[in-house]
Design a protein around this ligand. Structure first.
Ligand SMILES: Nc1nc2c(ncn2[C@@H]2O[C@H](COP(=O)(O)OP(=O)(O)OP(=O)(O)O)[C@@H](O)[C@H]2O)c(=O)[nH]1
Length: 360
């Protein structure tokens, strides 16, 4: 092996649930800097939807999905293996073809173990160089989330690029408060407010190396703590929140529930179902993401709920694969799958009842 070969730059894209990471990735994927990028996407839910939601370039195998759990939990095995094997596994004509790696983490990921793995693993650090940790902060929910979720403030504190999304949905005063809050968390990094038309991919992928020494004492302590957190042999067959060394890594009450619904849903049933959930348990719903087969439509509806905000649903031009089932990921606190299914049944029955009453 040629040790002098340039190391492959890695960009870590993080940010809390629904901050807009996939949206940003979709914009970036068209930039020349990403023409030969290997994209690794990780989702908290066991059915990965992002793979279907990222605008694919012509080559299918440029996007690897790791939906087996949370990246920061399974990191010690899966990500290391994926990165170590990627050059030959994704070789073309016997040669490594990608010149960059972009990793999109789950919204609940603790970035510290991911950063530590890329920077400190003996094998990986010969091949890869962590270039940048880009953290996206939701302009609408960000201020509250930074207070409520330790993962979110950690993501913001470690970043060497902080981007604020959804500026179109908030007034400038709120944005200014968010900027002040971020500055306190991460004084070395100037937050940049994203706008729909302007985007500086050159700056984002500028050639530099992530330097943890420029970070606050807290951040350096988190990263150092990873070096002592079990030597990297964590058994990820455990429940993926089962951290022996840091039980607070995630809020234990947060889980993902993934539902697959075989038959197309009438729009009214679907609306009624989500209304029930939001009205009676909305505070415990952190994220809803789904590809929905509605009876009334030929192509799927993509829905995004981020805390109390429902983004306008989008109708896709075509089904991303042959799978025509509705697939929905709910990231919730203390809500069980049975509760979600029971609400759906109730919505189905009440819709049928309304029809009967309507006829009478
Ligand atoms: N209005 C507006 N909506 C945005 C913006 N960025 C993202 N969104 C919307 O926010 C929702 C969530 O965006 P995603 O890109 O899926 O967020 P994410 O961070 O990848 O979500 P997770 O991977 O589930 O954590 C979608 O409905 C997007 O269309 C923005 O700048 N303005």
């Amino acid at each position: 092996m040629n040790d002098a070969a340039p190391r492959i730059p890695v960009t870590l894209l993080t940010g809390f649930l629904g901050a807009g990471k996939t949206t940003l990735l979709n914009r970036l994927i068209r930039s020349p800097q990403m023409a030969k990028a290997l994209v690794i996407i990780n989702e908290f839910g066991s059915i990965g939807l992002d793979h279907d939601l990222v605008a694919r370039s012509n080559e299918d195998d440029t996007i690897i999905e790791m939906a087996s759990g949370c990246l920061c939990c399974t990191i010690k095995g899966d990500l290391r293996k994926t990165l170590a094997e990627a050059p030959w596994r994704f070789a073309r004509q016997g040669k490594r073809w990608f010149d960059r790696v972009v990793i999109e983490t789950t919204g609940l990921a603790d970035p510290a173990p991911i950063i530590h793995t890329v920077m400190a693993d003996e094998k990986l650090k010969r091949q890869y160089a962590l270039q940048s940790v880009v953290t996206l902060v939701d302009g609408c929910n960000g201020f509250h989330t930074l207070e409520a979720q330790p993962e979110a403030s950690k993501q913001a504190a470690v970043a060497d690029r902080l981007l604020i999304s959804k500026s179109d949905l908030v007034d400038p005063d709120e944005l200014a408060q968010l900027v002040v809050r971020l500055h306190k968390l991460n004084p070395a990094t100037e937050p940049v407010v994203l706008t729909p038309d302007a985007f500086d991919a050159d700056e984002l992928f500028a050639n530099r190396v992530f330097n943890p020494d420029l970070k606050s004492g807290d951040v350096r302590a988190w990263l150092n703590a990873e070096a002592y957190s079990g030597g990297g042999q964590e058994d990820h067959h455990h429940h993926h929140h089962d951290h022996h060394h840091d039980i607070n890594r995630h809020d234990e009450r947060i889980r993902s529930v993934c539902l697959t619904i075989d038959e197309p849903l009438p729009a009214e049933v679907f609306d009624g179902w989500l209304d029930l959930l939001v009205t009676f348990n909305g505070v415990n719903v952190l994220r809803v993401k789904g590809i929905i087969n509605l009876e009334e439509l030929d192509t799927p509806l993509v829905i995004h709920g981020v805390q109390h905000i429902w983004h306008p649903p989008a109708i896709l031009e075509r089904w991303p694969s042959d799978d025509r089932r509705s697939r929905i990921v709910f990231i919730v606190r203390d809500i069980e799958e049975t509760e979600l299914r029971t609400m759906l049944e109730f919505a189905t029955q009440s819709f049928a009842r309304t029809e009967v009453i309507g006829l009478a």
